[in-house]
Design a protein around this ligand. Structure first.
Ligand code: FMN
Length: 330
């Protein structure tokens, strides 16, 4: 799979961390960039109203160190308000804005944002046009196939977004009604890719490197965006790259996984407050250690830990114990 360009910027590898509320946080992204696993990433959705009313701070979502390859995902139902939030972001040095046109959550849809925009393609297009015409910022959009199975309109909306100045479109080919049920309809990715000139990212149900290869072959998408599979196994990106480049990939060892976890946790402790780093460490320890021998005990022992340093020490002990047993057995 070749790299691709958005507004002259090369995305290499063409693998993208999907926006995921509560998971695709800035330190995970920094760590993935440090490992050269991804070429681009999108923050979790950030309500434009929150930014404008100052209840949310852009700096909490996006670091100076990753603005070059990360899009701030804005969410809202009012083109003017989304534009104002994008202007603020631009003043802070943000270079990429992604507009959320797929969130299925009721509260967001009721406010006219997220997947509600699929029902109003003209409004969605206006949002993109206002930003792309008036700000020095690159705009992309993340869409679904349509609002429900009677309203599958990804082609109409994709073309409108391109005409309005979007530089890239990512499609998660499920409808809003499907939420996360059923299979992602990869044929929609292929159709959208054939219809647009701008890069199209394929998203949905990539759990193994083989899935990524199948998606690339079937859809010819420019890049692959991965969500849930990436937080279960951040090495998925490396494995996909290897499968594309060499025709094979190595299984990830528990040791490699633990090393990644430790790097991620050290980065969290360096960058975030004690409270926030502890929160994310507890979230990610659950994801990363699932399936490891004796890891349920580790997770249990961490539930009462109140200090990030203590949590890291327990993980290091777990790693040492794991290695001792590993070398005994081999
Ligand atoms: C916990 C969680 C949070 C999500 N948050 C967002 C979000 O903030 N913005 C967005 O566009 N999509 C969000 N998504 C959707 C993902 O970006 C992605 O489209 C979806 O999970 C399908 O891809 P996957 O099969 O690789 O996970 C979220 C998904 C999950 C599971």
């Amino acid at each position: 799979m070749n790299s691709f360009f958005i507004n002259g910027k090369e995305i290499n590898p063409p693998l993208i961390l999907a926006p995921m509320a509560g998971l695709s946080e800035k330190i995970l992204r920094i760590t993935l960039f440090e490992m050269k696993f991804v070429g681009f990433a999108v923050t979790e959705l950030v309500p434009a109203e929150g930014i404008l009313r100052k209840t949310l701070k852009i700096e909490n979502y996006l670091n100076k160190s990753d603005v070059d390859f990360t899009a701030l995902q804005l969410c809202g139902g009012n083109p003017l308000r989304v534009f104002e939030a994008a202007s603020l972001a631009s003043e802070l040095g943000v270079k990429f804005i992604d507009i959320n046109m797929g969130c299925p959550v009721n509260k967001i849809v009721k406010a006219g944002g997220g997947a509600a925009l699929l029902k109003d393609p003209q409004k969605a297009a206006l949002m993109v046009e206002k930003i792309s015409k008036n700000l020095k910022i690159t705009v992309s959009c993340k869409i679904r196939s349509g609002f429900d199975e009677k309203n599958i309109n990804f082609l109409e909306i994709g073309k409108l977004l391109e005409e309005s100045g979007a530089s890239m479109v990512a499609i998660h080919p499920r409808t809003r009604s499907q939420m996360y049920h059923g299979r992602a309809e990869w044929d929609h990715i292929a159709e959208l890719k054939r219809a647009l000139k701008i890069p199209v990212l394929g998203n949905g149900d990539i759990i193994t490197p083989e899935d990524a290869k199948k998606m690339a072959e079937k859809t010819k998408c420019d890049g692959i965006m991965i969500g849930r599979g990436a937080v279960k196994n951040p090495f998925l990106f490396k494995q996909i790259k290897s499968l594309f480049e060499n025709g094979y990939y190595e299984e990830v060892t528990f040791q490699e996984k633990l090393n990644f976890l430790i790097l991620h946790f050290q980065n969290l402790m360096k960058e975030l407050s004690k409270e926030n780093s502890l929160h994310f460490m507890k979230v990610f320890v659950g994801k990363y250690t699932k399936g490891m021998v004796e890891s349920a005990k580790l997770r249990q022992s961490l539930s009462l830990v109140k200090d990030p340093e203590e949590l890291l020490l327990k993980v290091l002990d777990f790693k040492n114990e794991f290695e001792k047993n590993f070398f005994k057995e081999n």
